[in-house]
Write a protein that binds this ligand. Sequence first.
Ligand code: PLP
Length: 536
Amino acid sequence: MSGFRREASDILHELDAMRAADAPTHGGRVLSYVYDSGLAELDELAAEAARRVQPVNGLDPTTFVSVAAMERGVVGFARRVLGGAPSADTADTADGAEPADGGDVVVGSVTSGGTESCLLAVKSARDAWRAARLGSPRVPRLVAPVTVHAAFHKAAHYFGLELDLVPVDPSTGTLAPAAIEERLGDDVALVVLSAPSYPFASLDPIADVAAITAARGIALHVDACIGGFALAFWPGALPAWDLSVPGVTSLSADLHKYGYAPKGASVLLTRGRDRQRHQYFATTGWPGYPVVNPTMTGSKPAGPLAAAWAIIEALGEPGFAELTAQAARATAALRATIDGIEGLRVVGSPTGPLLAVATDEDVPVASRVDPHHWADAARSAGWQLQLQPGLTQPDGTRLPHTTHLTVTPVTERVVSELTAALVVAADAVRGIPQIDGAVALAGLAEALPGFGGDGGGADGGLGALSSSDALGSLAAGLDSDTAAAILEAAGLLGGAGALPDQLAPVLALVEALPGPLTERLLVELLARVVEPPVAV
Ligand SMILES: *Cc1c(COP(=O)(O)O)cnc(C)c1O
């Protein structure tokens, strides 16, 4: 090859220009998605480590033995800090032989991220459940509080489990162990709890539920994807939540969150080798190489693993403890600030470096602050908080709509600037009521001649449909162009691909439209965002 079509510097220049339009990944201005240690040299080390294994195929750790060595290192670290190390009296057998409780040894895999860890935890539990009930035609059930991460909705969908969601306290987001106990039965393949939950940072009652599930032989997964590597080093005492709790059968923790690794790394730990072997897929039933995959991918990058490994080697436990302490101090400062803002309240008792903020309904209407208007005001000042919709639980109670903040070590450096901005943002929107979903819907209907008021009068519009199941079933048959037309009418499509300035109206629509329709519209939105323009 005689040369490239374009100069490398020119290509990278273009990439830099594209990156400049991204939300900032560093500096603490985006309070979700990114986990900034604030240590540039740690990012450099991670990048260099990833670069050195760039051509490696993690598919086969017997060919690329560095992959096995790094994975042993990462899983060993995770097992140690997440309560899964063999206890001293069983591990220290004089001859180094297998401890007597070898069946309970905690083993693990590095996966591509939290979703893959969660998917695999569910797949393994389903297959273990099936193996114990050969020939059973029943559909296995997954029991979890409504605050469980959406990755478990996805897992139930992919792997054919019934998802049985248990309501939490609507004002605090906390779960009563008895509410889980009531749902247990022989068809339950897995119970999932969070440490802590993403929406409200609630630490589920893991020891209490584990005592119940263990007595009935039911598997219990702890989703510590977001919090695991922070809670493991959290200052002060926490209720037991990790693999040190005997009935916990698996646990997920993301290296690309509070492990500070680049995206593409998580750990799934499982108690018992036999239980964990259900995670694997193996086949010799084709004419190619024998396939043995511990995770969902075939060929896979070693870069995120190498980066995570290098970070663990560099930080060690003292380094993690120091970074966690920074995030914990920043979280405490933010909490104190928000507690002091009239009209807002922190939801429940958040545990770890994240929290959710709702309207304080105990103050007069004129003093209340809507968390979504608040987030929009903060965003216009350069701080990106994450809007979370309200949700009706299976028992009909309503979880409030909230704004989420994920706090990272770097937040501490900007915490006085941030807290000041949060106070100013609240002052700017205090008294402005939450957007009425019905009004948002009516506005959308107005903009949509095909669905709106002039289609069938007051009763024929989108707003009227939303009160019935009709709109929900409309979603099933909605074609791509109609979905795009609705998105354009809502002002979400047709622009430069960027989000609108105000997200509160968007979230109001999300809350007002039936779930299946919103989901179909969001699919359309994301699909159109990456679709190349049609050539003219
Ligand atoms: C982030 C997260 C996940 C999913 O992880 P991804 O890395 O985004 O795939 C699962 N559970 C919780 C609690 C999370 O915060």
